[in-house]
Design a protein around this ligand. Structure first.
Ligand code: N01
Length: 860
């Protein structure tokens, strides 16, 4: 029912789409007393479940969880018939919900939004539909779904085929009958994998064209899972709450078992249990580290490949069906019913497009590099322009005519996946940068809708008219989304999560992988902090609390949470002996760091006695001497030893290709200032004099250290300069202590909560040096003469009390004519960069450090 274009209708809000998200949004907006119009291009409610009617289409989240949870009454009135419901049943459910909640009067069907523009003076959106209708509204909400814009066929000759053509994503309402037909299916994603077994039942001949084999596990469909039903019956609210605060939106017990350290029996048992259970979040939870650790992932992947080989009788077909070019989970895994078994049927053939690519679609069928196939029907199961396609598919013009498509040309940019700068009052439900497709959609949808409703309610109560994220908040969120992805294996895959399935689409990890729980927490904090990162305006009002909601690297935050949960006592409350024991226990439990060629321990004879050292020699060529790095461990001159920094030394050795000699200098309180610094200098002199014996190139020596170790390394450089030798090629100072002034802003900002605290630093200083000595350049090298020192690489971390003195040292060195490279470890703490094998986001920083170390020496 299209209205004449002349008089724009006015609504408080327009919602585009009447699927799961649009329907609930409408319900919530109505509750707020807003006037709403939902525009839906389909002829009925249902969204994805309206369009995707292909045979075998089902949800792959158990129906106990793939359901609205906002209304207990609604829940009571609907009973799902099976664990994974069919498309008709889910569509029926959404119809039932729309009717039960009386939503239909506010929905206009067969109305496709073609364009929309923001009118700044009026502070309203004007929405235009394909019928020429214009609607004006204050709030414009896209409930358009993540997988709703089919990917256009990108195969040569696609329009030429004379037979029947079907798209899984636009299946005819009357269905398709393939009885007696020769059918081709192109694509083996979820849609292909669900439909192929059913198409095979009808077709006289089925040929599947596979470009990338996909991981799939049996759905084991049947009655809804009894354990979940029991939990729901016992305490529905508790169960739903557990889902809301879970990682994926379905309650599971996250494992802490690591693939690498689990026994073969445990690995097998966990995998078989997940295989038998047939749930996505089960098979993604075999090991805690399978999403981030290639070796752990390989264990799960290989077990799935074993299953495929055991099901498919023809070995060549089985091998072609085994995914090998991506890590398990980095492309969306599938649940199937008899998928692999289908290839055992005599009339079903698999064509491996990696071996024989499609050359063209012809009038009669499909021509590959090796063969010509004749077909009566071709089914495209080729996927979607995911997450952004439906949003930029509408011509959306924000402030000053800014087009969404143009703004996102290099990839989507959002704040919380909910809004984007330049587009006031424009909301996206499950947009890019939110968990959406990585989660149980129904849980994520309800969270988004509730957040938007809460936001609009707040605006109404405060008399505000517009809301828009700031550029800072948005870029901070984009960074966080990418940081979360970067520590996983996901960016390695050519997946639709990465935009890799659509030719020309920027490669950009689209959803938020930090978890439904972490995401909800971030959204809640934004709201409770006065809508941090949003500008809100209204008559006589302009509010903005600008800021970034998540600046810390996600794995660093996890480590801090883990340590807080472990309830360890603050080191500064312990005696030196107890603190050392605690640190030794931590070192014992830490991953070992990378393999190196050779590790030997020895003693350095210095005037004060023998200092233990450990030498690390890189593996592999070239044979012969290498540059030498003398390394000093961290620990505030009180703690630490050769073991505490062993993984870091291995890492430095492996990355730089230098021989690393780690020196255990004497510690306070037993021996106080300046013993540690003098030991360091003596060790450097010894290493220089014994370079040949150490397998090093004479004259190519650098020093390195972390924290207090960086302090003594920096001091050793000053002492060597003053003594006119030995020659030091460079100094690598990781989060160094270079001053005893504890008043810099980083001490205020980061003085508590990030492991190295102001109190702990005070504890270290008190053990190490008398207050009168703390200004001595051998304690505070920043206060010394910096001229003529070796070039430096200084690493500082955002959440380190020592950050600002590290930066000050780099600047002071530069001012004294000493080249100083400053590496800023974004989102890191004082300790996290050094946590080899624990904090994955530290690896790129250490790669940069390794490169800097290499640069100290002449090219080999
Ligand atoms: O699409 P896909 P889908 N030549 O992109 C191939 C959800 N969903 O519709 O991998 C040859 O996954 C392509 O090959 P490749 C779910 O989130 C859920 O199946 O790009 N082949 C791939 O094999 C899912 O992930 C359910 O090399 C071409 C396939 O087509 C998402 O929707 C059910 C090609 C596309 O797979 C999308 O699934 C269905 C070409 N030119 C979908 N272009 C549930 O169970 C593409 N391909 C809830």
């Amino acid at each position: 029912m299209n209205k004449p274009a002349s008089v724009p209708e006015q609504f408080d809000a327009v919602v585009v789409g009447a699927g799961f998200s649009g329907l609930y949004m409408l319900y919530r907006l109505r509750q707020l007393g807003l006037s709403v119009r939902v525009l839906e291009s389909a002829g009925d409610v249902g969204g994805t479940w309206y369009w995707n009617r292909y045979p075998g289409a089902r949800c792959d989240i158990p129906t106990t969880d793939y359901t609205y949870s906002f209304d207990p009454e609604l829940e009571k009135e609907w009973t799902w018939s099976e664990k994974y419901a069919t498309q008709p049943e889910i569509l029926e459910y959404l119809r039932f919900a729309a009717d039960r909640l009386g939503l239909r009067p506010d929905i206009e069907f067969s109305a496709t939004v073609t364009s929309s523009r923001w009118d700044e003076p009026e502070k309203r959106w004007t929405i235009t539909t394909d019928g020429g209708q214009e609607i004006r509204c204050r709030y414009y909400i896209m409930a358009t779904g993540c997988l709703s814009m089919p990917k256009s066929p990108d195969i040569e000759g696609a329009g030429r085929f004379a037979g029947q053509v079907y798209f899984t994503s636009r299946w005819p309402h009357e269905g398709a009958d393939f009885t007696g037909q020769r059918v081709a299916v192109i694509g083996t994603g979820s849609s292909g994998i669900q439909s192929i077994p059913l198409i095979a039942r009808q077709a006289s001949q089925l040929t599947v064209f596979q470009r990338t084999p996909n991981f799939s596990i049996p759905a084991h469909n049947g009655p809804a899972p009894a354990d979940r039903l029991d939990r729901l019956a016992e305490d529905r609210d508790e169960y739903r709450d557990a889902a809301r605060w879970s990682r994926g939106g379905v309650p599971i017990d996250p494992t802490d078992i690591l693939g690498g350290t689990a026994s073969e029996a445990v690995r097998r048992e966990r995998f078989e249990a997940a295989w038998a259970q047939g749930e996505l979040f089960g098979i993604l939870n075999v090991f805690a580290d399978q999403g981030v650790n290639p070796a752990s992932n390989d264990i799960v992947a290989e077990m799935i490949r074993e299953k495929i080989r055991s099901i498919v009788t023809d070995p060549e077909t089985a091998e072609a069906l085994c995914p090998k070019d991506h890590y398990f989970g980095t492309k969306r895994p599938c649940l199937d019913t008899g998928y692999f078994e289908t290839y055992n049927l005599p009339h079903v053939q698999l064509v491996d497009l990696r071996k024989q690519p499609i050359v063209s679609i012809t009038e009669e069928g499909i021509e590959t590099a090796d063969e010509s196939f004749g077909f009566d029907a071709i089914v495209y199961a080729t996927g979607f322009d995911a997450m952004t396609g439906a949003l930029v598919g509408v011509d959306v013009a924000g402030r000053d005519g800014l087009s969404l498509k143009e703004k996102w040309v290099a990839g989507p940019s959002t704040y919380l996946g909910l809004m984007t700068t330049g587009f006031p009052n424009f909301f996206m439900l499950t947009g890019p940068g939110s968990p959406s497709v990585l989660s149980n959609m129904t849980v994520s949808i309800e969270q988004h809708v509730d957040w938007v409703a809460g936001c609009l309610e707040n605006m109404r109560d405060e008399g505000l008219e517009t809301i828009e994220p700031t550029a800072l908040a948005e870029s901070g969120w984009n960074q966080h989304v990418q940081d979360c992805a970067a520590i996983t294996l996901h960016p390695t895959a050519n997946s639709w999560y990465m935009g890799a399935n659509v030719p020309g689409k920027p490669r950009f990890f689209l959803p938020y992988i930090g978890g439904v729980n972490a995401y909800r927490q971030a959204c809640d904090e934004v709201a409770s902090q006065g809508y941090l990162g949003f500008r809100l305006t209204g008559p006589g009002q302009d509010q903005c609390r600008d800021g970034i909601i998540r600046r810390m690297q996600p794995d660093v935050a996890m480590v801090l949470e883990f340590m807080a949960a472990a309830g360890l006592p603050p080191l500064e409350t312990l005696s030196a002996a107890d603190a050392r024991a605690l640190l030794a226990a931590t070192a014992e439990a830490s991953p070992p760091g990378p393999e190196v060629g050779e590790v030997t321990d020895g003693l350095i004879p210095v005037p004060s006695g023998d200092l233990p050292y450990r030498l690390y020699r890189p593996a592999g060529p070239p044979e012969g001497p290498r540059p030498l790095v003398v390394y000093f461990h961290g620990g505030g001159w009180v703690l630490g030893n050769l073991d505490s920094d062993d993984p870091l030394c291995r890492d430095l050795c492996a990355r730089s290709g230098a021989v690393v000699v780690s020196v255990n200098y004497r510690h306070a309180p037993e021996v106080r200032f300046p013993a540690a610094a003098l030991d360091a200098f003596a060790a450097v002199q010894w290493a220089d004099a014994n370079a040949i014996e150490l397998g090093a190139i004479p004259g190519q020596l650098a020093v390195a250290g972390w924290s207090a170790g960086a302090n003594v390394a920096a001091v050793a450089c000053q002492l060597a300069r003053d003594a006119e030798g030995p020659h030091i090629s460079g100094q690598l100072l990781i989060c160094p202590v270079v001053d005893s002034d504890m008043t810099r802003p980083s001490y205020t900002e980061n003085g508590a909560g990030y492991i190295l605290t102001t109190a702990l630093m005070r504890w270290f200083w008190d053990y190490y040096a008398d207050p009168a000595d703390r200004g001595d350049p051998r304690a505070a090298p920043l206060r010394g003469n910096l001229e003529g020192l070796p070039e430096a690489c200084i690493v500082t971390a955002d959440f380190d009390p020592l950050r600002d003195e590290g930066i000050a040292y780099a600047r002071a060195l530069e001012a004294a004519g000493v080249p100083a490279r400053l590496v800023r470890a974004r989102g890191h703490t004082h300790t996290s960069v050094t946590m080899v094998g624990v904090v994955i986001s530290g690896a790129p920083v250490r790669a940069e450090i390794g490169e800097a170390l290499g640069d100290f020496f002449p090219a080999p």
